[in-house]
Design a protein around this ligand. Sequence first.
Ligand code: SF4
Length: 322
Amino acid sequence: MNETLLEVSHLKTYFPIRAGLFRRVVGHVKAVDDISFVLPKGRTLSVVGESGSGKTTVGRTILRLTDITDGEVKFKGVNIHKLKKHELRKLRPKMQMVFQDPYSSLNPRMKVGTAIGEALLEHGLATKQDVREKVEGALVKSGLEAVHYDRYPHEFSGGQRQRVGIARALVLNPEFMILDEPVSALDVSIQAQILNLLVDLREQMGLTYLFISHDLSVVEYISDDVAVMYLGTIVEHAGRDELFDHPLHPYTQALLSAAPIPDPTLKRERIILKGDIPSPANPPRGCRFHTRCPYAEARCREEVPQLRDMGGGHLVACHFAG
Ligand code: SF4
């Protein structure tokens, strides 16, 4: 096993709910509620789940873009949430995030080359003399051309903009990247190109990815390991092939049953889940999935199922899995 790059232990991220004239705290949205995992260097772990599962909050808390409520996030053994501001600034270039819509974070009046170069200058990783060369190098690595340096964001297509987002992360020479739904806004043919680029970059630069997505076909393509999230918790975590071939949690089985199969001669029985994902401000007692689970029994309404190793590191949180 490769050395550990990222270790997340009992991570909790709660957001206060305020009400009344004095904005008193009347409850909490438990966006992430006690999750743990280890990400070895050079691997890709996908975090998959519906909207509202807490997966984006996991990414933001790891990078300390959101405050942690409890638990630990260690990057190369260093507890990110205990660092002083100047220490965190030094580490920032090593941990980058690519968002679904890079356009919203680009200044429409600034040339993309200048925007990408800003972070390099800010972190003291380039001088005014060599910043252009470094930015052009990152653009080319991301499948664009050096001439794109002088273009404005509106001159790019959706796929090219995502390449700009990737170039902006790459230019800082990161070790770890969080990719938050990086291809969900793109056409399928463009999705494949961006995914291939990400795979190539991982190999060339020895990168480690945390890939956040709701799309199982994309996750199956890019991941080494997969963690399935439901309502702020991990309900199943396994190697990619193991998870796709032998899903053990009823929620994972339902997600997979809804995913398209490339072979039209194969049919999968669709498991329809009841209702919507409940509010993380008021999660159900016992197993959080019991309000939608087709196999729920009385025990599920009372007792929280723990993640259990079913063999070979395949972890499942269900009383009846196995
Ligand atoms: Fe369904 Fe019960 Fe398993 Fe939860 S513990 S997933 S409700 S069978």
